[in-house]
Design a protein around this ligand. Structure first.
Ligand SMILES: [Zn+2]
Length: 353
């Protein structure tokens, strides 16, 4: 990508980035599974030599950015002083996103990514962010070095990094990294070559595009004038100062537009469903390739903005307490083995008349 920074793409949903230091390598985002991470590291070593891992960095709290860590380092390496760097709040959010509602999210992810489908034109051909979610051994080694503020700089094995903390963007704990000696910028998952999700279909807390756009503006202001390449933990890098600036500006404009226009329309009285059918992306953003919905969509993202500000209720009393769908294989009926659609009779004072 640039002298001293390499990326392994196509081994999992996410990319692994490797930065060469004085005596070893810094691994950024070790994929989902130990198996794919180990294979990615082996590919790098076949081309660049058998360098030891002298640092690990998680850009954010989603599993495709830390789950394969045990494929690149052992706990003994960490105990021996290899740092694991992450944004402040990483561990708390990694647990809350993957454990609290993890059972439901895991089930929904299976449908969202289709990882169990056979690969090929009639099955799985990609998941928008990358190949697919791998299904190997997922692990986590807790961070040993927290990034707590923008401007914090750390040097690991001779690699200078200046951090840009971006909480509440694509993930609740996330950071961008400027490498001043490489004129390179890692945008984590804050700027990828698509319209990302404001509310991922596997289910998660709604992301705030206003905050997202704010931090993209800050990244432009802090770094864009001095970088020759911007890369992320999904998709491919963008080379050239002008192209990096255009890319980041259009990404910023996209999230800001969806936020502002959804607010304008909901304040006019439109519901989420109506906004999704009304809103149109302006020509300047429509012309760019990377602003299109290869992963998120304008439709479900505008509904997410509505949900963020107003919640699920559209204000119509007829929609306040709707009947649940009747289905022959209702999940709760299967559990209780009885032919009713509610898990239990409601208390008398709550029953509808
Ligand atoms: Zn990711």
């Amino acid at each position: 990508m640039v002298e001293g920074i390499y990326q392994v793409r196509g081994f999992d949903l996410s990319n692994m980035t490797i930065v060469e230091g004085d005596s070893g390598i810094l691994v950024i985002d070790p994929l989902i599974s130990a198996e794919t991470a180990a294979a990615a590291l082996a590919l790098y070593r076949r081309h660049r030599g058998d360098r030891p891992v002298t640092g690990v960095l998680y850009t954010h709290s989603h599993v495709d950015h830390f789950g394969g860590v045990r494929g690149v380092v052992r706990q003994e390496d960490i105990d021996g002083g290899v740092p694991v760097i992450a944004p402040e709040g990483f561990l708390e959010h990694a647990v809350s996103e993957n454990v609290y509602a993890g059972t439901a999210m895991g089930r929904r992810s299976a449908y969202m990514y289709g990882a169990a489908l056979p690969t090929g034109a009639r099955g799985q051909i990609g998941a928008g962010l990358g190949q697919s979610t791998s299904t190997g051994a997922v692990g986590l080694i807790p961070p040993t070095l927290d990034v707590t503020h923008t401007g914090q700089s750390e040097t690991v094995d001779g690699i200078r990094m200046v951090f840009h903390l971006t909480p509440g963007t694509e993930a609740p704990a996330e950071l961008n990294i400027h490498f001043p000696d490489h004129s390179a910028l890692c945008m984590a998952e804050n700027a990828t070559h698509n319209l990302h999700n404001l509310l991922t279909l596997r289910g998660a807390q709604v992301r705030n595009p206003h905050v997202w756009a704010h931090y993209l503006t800050e990244a432009i202001r802090l770094f864009a004038g001095g970088v020759d390449v911007a890369f992320a933990s999904h998709h491919w890098p963008t080379w050239g100062r002008e192209r990096v600036l255009a890319f980041l500006s259009e990404q910023r404009g996209l999230y800001a537009y969806l936020h502002d226009q959804t607010l304008r329309l909901l304040n006019q009285g439109l519901t989420a469903l109506e906004i999704a059918e009304t809103i149109q992306v302006p020509p300047a953003l429509e012309r760019a390739w990377h602003t299109h919905g290869y992963y998120g969509s304008v439709s479900h993202n505008t509904k997410a903005v509505y949900q963020h500000y107003l919640g699920w209720f559209d204000g119509n009393p007829a929609h306040l307490w709707e009947h649940p769908p009747c289905r022959s294989r209702h999940p709760l009926r299967r559990i209780h083995g009885r032919g009713r659609h509610h898990p239990a009779p409601r208390p008398r004072f709550l029953r509808r008349r």
